[in-house]
Design a protein around this ligand. Structure first.
Ligand code: BG6
Length: 488
């Protein structure tokens, strides 16, 4: 009889993930400045295929954030009040058994306008307390320095990362974090989903396309991306110098793309999509721009302004591991009439073999295995899945939430992770998105829930904020306790 031996390594880092702007709330407390996330209003009744509509913003939104008005329209300003409730929440996470928690630092809590000479002590203290509390529960912090929450004032003043001065500001901010948390944090990520700069440049990099010169938006976005690559390499250097034994990772939205047919034109279009997705990790893991991408930029008339040392900096300070989010695969076709379906801020061609979430994201556990094999084969660096999960509407029945659909989602993905590890992939850990229900990044909804812990709050911010364990809470607890050998 075939033995069902567990294949997760003994030190596998089981955990969960959240982001400051989606969880903390307290957006203007203890000296925090407004961030780009605080300017994104919730819009009801929007077409699900129109993610750019959900994330769009107006001058009025910017003024609302700068002046602190109309809070009710801006869900990320309230989050789930993690800022005040983190002790209670960490105790629940510890009860679930998680070994690692991915959080982000809100840059504008530390440098409210992004460029002050001295950090805001209250902001530094908040994260010190948070990390100490994690350590008390034996939870390893995995910290993202930039997760869709740069100071709004940097966006206003410089059009975000388009300006090279933001590199200096980010390096200064990151060093303040390394100095303060060097004894508490070992695992760091630089930019969340760095590739998303092309899909939502404002939330990712503070870039407002309407502020770019006519016809210059794409050029400016690539320039902002180059600045982020350089900044990421510089802070990787500084982290290694200041925190011996630290591990720094890059972070990619893994958008594994399949060809809709075996027509060579579809296959070529698919290959190009996948090469585009690898571009970001090629720069951060291999330390150089891929030649095909450079040629493509040249053909499109895009010129990157570089300082003399930039390419050497990229080459010298590559990351220690590669982290990525994976929610779904997408499909490509050259047929203009192919049916399209929404995904994680992308529109893909519908794959007839896959089911979809209530938000249209196509569920594909085998795609996770394919992604792991592809990434490991290409880079041979340790991998870390730092986001994966199912956004769904949960129903509370007599205080209970029977979310079998979420358990099924995770089980099928864990089986594929096991298979990939078995086939030789070096996988450090897994942090689910998210531990607890938080505000959606893409739609600013509360009703799009990912957590193992339910939070009593609706899209309008009504509710007691009470926390309830879902069925998946107990299931994940058992998965972690058995190191992934009991997925039943
Ligand atoms: C990732 C982001 O792209 O997807 C998270 O890094 C986000 O911040 C997650 O929350 C899920 O997306 P959404 O739009 O459903 O919240």
């Amino acid at each position: 009889m075939k033995q069902n031996t567990p294949v997760f390594p003994p030190n596998f880092l089981w955990g969960a993930a959240i982001a400051a702007n989606q969880a903390e709330g307290a957006w203007n407390v203890a000296g925090k400045g407004p961030s780009v996330a605080d300017a994104i209003a919730h819009k009801s009744n929007l077409d699900l295929t129109d993610y750019s509509g959900h994330m769009a913003l107006t001058d009025e939104n910017i003024q609302d954030a700068l002046n602190g008005t109309n809070d009710a329209r801006y869900p990320k300003r309230r989050g789930i009040d993690f800022y005040h409730r983190y002790k209670e929440d960490l105790a629940l996470f510890a009860e679930m058994g998680i070994k690692v928690l991915r959080v982000s630092i809100a840059w504008s809590r530390i440098f409210p306008a992004g460029e002050e000479a001295e950090p805001n002590e209250a902001g530094l203290q908040f994260y010190e307390d948070l990390f100490r509390e994690m350590r008390k529960h034996n939870i390893e912090p995995l910290v993202t320095l930039s997760h869709y929450e740069m100071p709004l004032k940097l966006s206003e003043k410089y059009n975000g990362w388009v300006d090279r001065k933001v590199v200096d500001a980010f390096v200064h901010y990151s060093n303040a974090c390394f100095d303060r948390y060097k004894d508490l944090v070992r695992y760091w990520l630089t930019f969340n989903e760095i590739d998303s700069i092309h899909r939502h440049p404002f939330t990712t990099a503070g870039i407002r396309e309407e502020k770019c010169a006519p016809g210059q938006a794409v050029q400016d976005i690539y320039q902002g991306l180059h600045h982020q690559f350089v900044a990421s390499a510089l802070v990787t250097r500084d982290c290694h110098a200041k925190i011996p034994g630290s591990q720094v990772g890059c972070m990619l939205t893994k958008l594994t793309t399949y060809s809709r047919t075996c027509h060579p034109q579809d296959v070529e279009a698919t290959l190009k999509k996948n090469l585009e997705n690898y571009f970001y990790t090629d720069v951060q893991v291999k330390g150089e721009y891929p030649p095909l991408i450079l040629r493509d930029l040249e053909r499109r008339g895009i010129h990157l302004e570089m300082q003399p040392d930039d390419l050497a900096i990229l080459r010298q300070h590559t990351v220690d591991f590669l982290s990525f989010s994976y929610y779904m695969s997408i499909t490509e076709s050259t047929q203009p009439d192919a049916e399209r379906i929404p995904g994680n801020t992308v529109l893909g061609v519908k794959n007839p073999y896959l089911p979809a979430s209530e938000w249209g994201w196509q569920i594909d556990p085998v795609g996770l295995k394919i992604s792991l094999l592809e990434l490991y084969d290409r880079y041979q660096k340790p991998l870390f899945i730092v986001e994966n999960g199912l956004g769904a509407k949960d129903v509370v029945v007599e205080g209970q939430i029977h979310d079998d659909y979420r358990i099924d989602y995770f089980r099928s993905h864990f089986e594929q992770m096991q298979a990939a590890i078995d086939e030789g992939v070096d996988l450090l850990g897994f942090t689910s998105w998210g531990t607890i229900d938080i505000i959606s990044a893409g739609t600013s909804q509360m009703s799009k829930r990912y957590g193992f812990i339910y939070v009593d709050q609706d899209d309008e911010g009504q509710g007691s904020l009470a926390r309830l364990r879902k069925d998946s809470f107990y299931w994940y607890q058992q998965v972690i306790a058995s190191n992934g050998s009991d997925l039943s």
